[in-house]
Ligand binder design. Structure first.
Ligand code: DQA
Length: 143
């Protein structure tokens, strides 16, 4: 069975109550349940992690190459700052898809640049929770 690593970056544990006008009212638990439903249908395994700590995300990506067929990642605020996560994704040897709930290009200027996009297979953003579901489907199609 193929296995996919799902990574949620900083502050995404707050989804549901965090800036609902931007991110909606769906909780991370509900997003994860939706991802698991797709995974069951497609007969793939999911390992889901959320971390607020850049180094933990780098470690998880660093180990992923030998354990997973692909990575679905919402790097959250690290999208705009983390050379370390970008380098880890570039080195991991498996395809990754970047997702965002919001359309970062419609937001503050500092959010409009992703350091991650150049090293992933593709990016899906702006569709709320559907960005995650579309991202997982796209990753599975790719594999
Ligand atoms: C986000 C967008 C980022 O700019 C922000 O820091 C997040 C969430 C999104 O899913 O829209 O935490 O990645």
């Amino acid at each position: 069975m193929k296995k996919i690593l799902v990574i949620h970056g900083p502050n995404l544990q707050l989804l549901g109550t965090r800036e609902p006008a931007v991110y909606g009212r769906v909780t991370l638990k509900q997003i994860n349940a939706g991802l698991q439903k797709i995974a069951r249908k497609q007969k793939v395994g999911l390992t889901i992690v959320q971390s607020n700590i850049e180094g933990k995300i780098v470690d998880a990506i660093g180990k992923a190459g030998s354990r997973f067929s692909g990575i679905l990642i919402n790097p959250a605020a690290y999208t705009h700052t983390s050379v370390a996560i970008r380098d880890a994704l570039a080195a991991c040897g498996v395809p990754a898809v970047e997702v965002h709930l919001s359309n970062i290009h419609c937001r503050e200027e500092f959010r409009q640049k992703s350091l991650i996009s150049p090293v992933v297979q593709g990016t899906i953003m702006g569709f709320g929770v559907s960005s995650y579901y579309l991202g997982l489907e796209a990753l599975l199609d790719l594999l």
